[in-house]
Design a binder for this molecule. Sequence first.
Ligand code: SF4
Ligand code: SF4
Length: 423
Amino acid sequence: MSKEHVDMWKELGLDLEAHDGLLGILGQAYGDIFLSQKNRPEGMKYFDFVVSEVHGLRIKELIEEKKKGNLVVGTFCVYVPEELVLAVDGVQIGLCAGAEVGFEKAEEHLPRNTCALIKAFVGFRLADLCPYTEVADFVVGETTCDGKKKAYELFSGFKDLYVMEIPQMKRESDRQLWKTEILRFRDELEKRSGKKITAEGLKKGIEIVNEKRKALQRLAKIRYKHPSVISGRDALLINQISFYDNPARFIGSVNTLCDELEERGKSGVSINGNSFKKIVMSGCPMAVPNWKTPFLVESAGAAIVAEESCVGERNTRDMIAGYGDSLETMLESLVDRYMKIDCACFTPNEERLENIIKMVRDSKADGVIHYSLQFCTPYLIESKKVQERCRKEGIPYLTLETDYSSGDMEQLKTRIEAFIEKL
Ligand code: SF4
Ligand code: SF4
């Protein structure tokens, strides 16, 4: 590790010894899960590089942005509109919370039966292990599930935190509430950055995020058509990286990869032979470095062809459309686009069921594997509805409930293999 990086981490206040340990574990897991794959697309080299520098060059870039006077905003949920952050020349970064890190410290404050994602974001902060949390000027929380809501009260004791209220239903009055929250967030960004959000600035933000979603939609469609040109775990990784990479560089790299994948499709390149079963993964978001379940599914001989999750199509499906040229029409379009997100925190949430079925039909998948984190009430309860709907549509379905530990890997492996064998 370069001395420059170590000095930077020291300045950010990281626990260097524990951080070294974390990077060691991540490097090992990355090698086993990603680099060991045969016949990977050349275009994945860029994403390998991003991961190798995830706590290095990218953090350095963010520090440079701060020196230029630009805000760095950390988030935990796809409801926080990046378009507004870009409109004040800021950088939005998704804070990963996908590893069992700092859990002991987190459990001093949180009940043991809290979902792993929440324990991880609190644990990363308490254990001084996440340079992204440290470098962020402030973090935006949101009132989605009860666990997050209450954990943010605790988190605000350790980090500058701003909370957006997310409605729980989708009536006109809820839209009004959401619009008020969007305007409140706009005001907060203006106050913190000292810059005014203009129509021109917001248009630039919308165009960048639309382009990012368009590139990820292109990748999703290629996988539907040619399921064997890239592995599901690589596609998941790209979606994970979309939350913290430089947007312009990311868009270019995804499109270059997609050009290569289209060529592979035409010439019949396959990374997993010809007899594989196609799976749609559905459920809770998988934050970096939560790769356990996709790895097990693909190691069992299946190909994951789509992710129905916030680190997947729930985040990329909808663009901001018809936004016009005035600030008012752009804000209205922004409100509408984010109200469409079908998170299980909403009630009722029938559109999620429609979206899952559409994804299965469009990708010609053989089955759905629903993935919930333990103690995640919204997704665990909703999984029954997904199961019921899949049964009605004749779609084979498996539900998994797990956490970030490796203790249940054998048991998961057995269940996944049995499910895939039956397809
Ligand atoms: S699952 Fe819900 S709470 Fe979690 S990131 Fe997605 S929208 Fe936010
Ligand atoms: S995984 Fe479930 S319980 Fe955990 S933060 Fe997300 S919605 Fe809340």
